[in-house]
Design a protein around this ligand. Structure first.
Ligand SMILES: NC(=O)C1=CN([C@@H]2O[C@H](COP(=O)(O)OP(=O)(O)OC[C@H]3O[C@@H](n4cnc5c(N)ncnc54)[C@H](OP(=O)(O)O)[C@@H]3O)[C@@H](O)[C@H]2O)C=CC1
Ligand SMILES: O=C(O)CCC(=O)C(=O)O
Length: 430
């Protein structure tokens, strides 16, 4: 069998590389301090990969430090009166990394374990004119009513409105935040600052959103895999068996598009369970099954699998598309992986998350451009432009990977750092 490819929807290898429960941004936000105690931070791991890349670039120390640290971190408390009259306080954050190339841009996550670090340099890898940012609220949204969720979102906007904006910092959907949340966000911000559709992306299509944004991250992932297979002479999307952890926006769209391309998706999971079929799951039927409110694991077109076994299920391409930190010590032991180096030695190719999931932010950029133009593009146009961006970004990564003999993850950071540094230096420091 061909060597498996691990496609990181998130910091999978950070987790395997010793941070077995990477969870928080650990970026100096006081309110995440309790999460920080659990493990060495995800940010430290990202910085480790960055340092590896910086070692290959001859930059002065001060510039290196500038590239390693965020420009601004904001931590706020959101006080919300719940439906039962009780007061709840939620911790929220926004971390802005570097805006040399353009406004900050990045997702907004609602999750009990907020992780703010991964978007830092993605925009530079994708070569779109933004800097990196990430934000989130420490909350389990499943425990809130829709009305409570809306109130909390609106409070968040009020709390951070001075550091976001169409040309300042543009949030977008991430885990547990969708078009509906972005619509509330846009509406609340516009109350204070005037009509501002460009302040968030991932809005509903009928409310200044872009066609193609919902599927963009999953679609971008399939383009990324296609390019890697081509470069490694490993055949086509249709020739591979896929395992996907997470069946939300990214996982379900990736599954759908790989299945449509003729690939065999042999196992998928969500937070509650997993389902497998060695002949390939009928993803269309699975999505209909789930749309009917049924559990993924109860899908009659496959057999239930322990969700803990999803990552070790045999496949050609593994796509972690859930939250980082779900790979605990037991799974890591079963994978027998200790990090990029070990995987490399075993002939496993890792396509790094900062490239692989870049389709979302890329179509977010297209949405923002459409908002500025006040004009809607055709979906085919969006998808074609996304394909071009993913293909070009892969070519840049692959060229560095070959020329400098570094792994693809290091290559991605080198490409990003070179672009950010060029912008920093040309803008000057006065
Ligand atoms: N959406 C986007 O455009 C982008 C997303 N990403 C990243 O991709 C990843 C997925 O995001 P997205 O699809 O939007 O998020 P969603 O919230 O839409 O989906 C997340 C999926 O992961 C599942 N999940 C959550 N926790 C676990 C767990 N412990 N074990 C197994 N499955 C789990 C969820 O299950 P359940 O539904 O049962 O809760 C759900 O199926 C995130 O890491 C996000 O940061 C990156 C770039 C852009
Ligand atoms: O669409 C965006 O701007 C960012 C999406 C996101 O969360 C990410 O790329 O990590």
């Amino acid at each position: 069998m061909a060597s498996p490819l691990i496609i990181c929807g998130r910091q999978f290898l950070s987790a395997v590389g010793g941070v077995l429960r990477a969870n928080s941004g650990a970026l100096g936000c006081g309110a995440v301090a309790n999460q920080r105690r659990n493990a060495s931070s995800h940010a430290e791991n990202t910085n480790q990969f960055l340092r590896e890349a910086l070692n290959r670039l001859d930059y002065p120390e001060k510039l290196q430090n500038l590239l390693l640290t965020p420009r601004r971190e904001m931590s706020v408390e959101l006080v919300v009166q719940m439906d039962n009259g009780q007061i709840e306080v939620f911790n929220a954050y926004r971390v802005q990394h570097n805006n040399a190339r353009g406004p900050y841009k990045g997702g907004l996550r609602y999750h009990p374990q907020v992780d703010l670090d991964d978007v830092r340099r993605k925009t530079a890898v994708m070569d779109i004119p933004y800097g990196g940012a990430k934000g989130g609220v420490t909350v389990d949204p499943r425990k809130l009513s829709e009305r409570e969720l809306e109130k909390m979102t609106r409070k968040l906007v009020v709390a951070i409105k001075e550091i976001i904006g169409t040309y300042e910092d543009i949030p977008a959907p991430d885990m547990n935040t969708d078009a509906k949340v972005m619509a509330w966000f846009f509406d609340e911000y516009s109350k204070y600052k005037g009509f501002s559709p460009g302040v968030v992306t991932g809005k509903p299509v009928y409310l200044h959103g872009s066609l193609g944004r919902e599927a963009a991250t999953g679609r971008g992932t399939t383009f990324a895999i296609r390019e890697l297979l081509k470069a490694m002479h490993m055949g086509k999307l249709a020739d591979q068996k896929y395992v996907i952890q997470g069946f939300g926006n990214v996982g379900a769209w990736a599954a759908q598009l790989l299945w449509e391309a003729g690939g065999k998706v042999v196992a998928v999971s969500d937070v509650a369970g997993a389902v497998a079929n060695e002949n390939g799951l009928d993803i269309g039927a699975l999505r209909r099954h789930m749309a009917g409110g049924q559990a993924l694991a109860a899908f009659p077109g496959g057999s239930a699998l322990r969700k803990e076994d999803i990552l070790t299920h045999p496949c050609d391409v593994l796509i972690p598309a859930a939250i980082g930190g779900v790979i605990g010590p037991e799974v890591a032991a079963k994978l027998d992986c200790k990090g990029d180096a070990v995987l490399r030695d075993r002939g496993i190719t890792v396509l790094p998350d900062i490239y692989t999931n870049g389709g979302g932010v890329t179509v977010s950029f297209f949405e923002w451009v459409q908002n500025l133009q006040n004009f809607k593009w055709e979906e085919e146009d969006v998808n074609r432009k996304l394909d071009r961006k993913m293909t070009d970004a892969f070519a840049a990564l692959w060229a560095v990977h070959r020329e400098m003999a570094v792994p693809l993850r290091t290559a991605a950071f080198i490409v990003a750092l070179q672009r950010v540094t060029r912008a920093e230096v040309h803008r000057g420091f006065d």
